[in-house]
Design a protein around this ligand. Structure first.
Ligand code: SF4
Length: 268
């Protein structure tokens, strides 16, 4: 495992020295994690190319952004690591496709069908248990809100990474705000397929979170995004319309963002 993003021991300019195009901040963070792993002397890099996830309500396909899909190739063309890279292509669109992708990959590393099937079952069970715990805790918190709460909306690799989100949830908590990650909301019940062609998985979840927030007068969104994020360049316009005038805070983060500026915006 690499270090936590917040604990990186090298400056982001080292990462920028490796990139040949101006990727969004999360991709630079991935490159940083790979450099960190190589410094630790690993023999293998596991860099899956995840193409899609189960479609949300009312839509047929739900895709992950192409930068994420292409992470193995971005790493191979930028850092050119001199270690073995495991880079399976994985489709999570339905259990059958996921199983097929994982069995094909498992066989390349010498695992039997039975071992792979067992690992898949254990992993799905662990993931479902995690989702249930998160939803249960979310329900408890929502029931307990007396005044108002801020919902952190974005992609989990931003909202749940203290290095990538500049510790914004902590900054807000220290100023007396109740802060809840959008992943704790029951978003699976929300159908936002009236936004046509929202085939981006996280885009759909962001809009579902905004609809949930709009319907609850106690909740206000803090929308975390990144400079250079292609999907968010239009999704944030949809967010504004979806909220129908409800105020929200939008914070764009990149490698030049500093805590002082973020604190000022949070306090404002
Ligand atoms: S969705 Fe946006 S932030 Fe995420 S990898 Fe794609 S461009 Fe970058």
């Amino acid at each position: 495992m690499s270090h936590a993003t917040a604990d990186f021991c090298f400056p982001i300019k080292v990462v920028i020295g490796h990139v040949i195009a101006d990727f969004c901040f999360p991709i630079k963070v991935v490159i940083g994690h790979v450099i960190n792993l190589l410094e630790k002397g690993v023999d293998y890099l596991f860099l899956p190319s995840v193409i899609d996830v189960p479609p949300q309500k009312g839509i047929r396909r739900s895709y992950i952004c192409p930068y994420n899909q292409e992470i193995p190739h971005i790493i191979m063309s930028t850092i050119k690591p001199n270690v073995k890279i495991l880079h399976p292509i994985i489709f999570f669109r339905n259990p059958h496709a996921a199983k097929h992708s994982l069995i094909r990959f498992g066989r390349t590393i010498g695992k039997s069908y039975r071992q792979i099937q067992h690992a898949i079952n254990v992993a799905y069970k662990a993931q479902e248990t995690f989702y249930q715990q998160v939803r249960r805790r979310g329900d408890e918190i929502l029931r307990s809100i007396k005044d108002k709460a801020l919902i952190i909306v974005g992609r989990p690799y931003n909202t749940c990474d203290r290095g990538a989100n500049l510790d914004i949830p902590k900054i807000l908590r220290e100023r007396g705000q109740l802060v809840i990650p959008a992943d704790f909301l029951p978003l699976d019940k929300y159908d936002v397929s009236d936004w046509p062609n929202m085939y981006w998985s996280y885009g759909y979840r962001i809009l579902a979170a905004m609809r949930f927030i709009k319907d609850d007068e106690r909740l206000f969104p803090v929308y975390l995004t990144n400079f250079g994020c292609g999907p968010d360049s239009f999704i944030h316009q949809y967010v504004r319309k979806e909220l129908g005038g409800k105020p929200f805070l939008l914070i764009e983060v990149d490698e030049h963002s500093a805590p002082a500026g973020v604190i000022t915006r949070c306090e404002a």
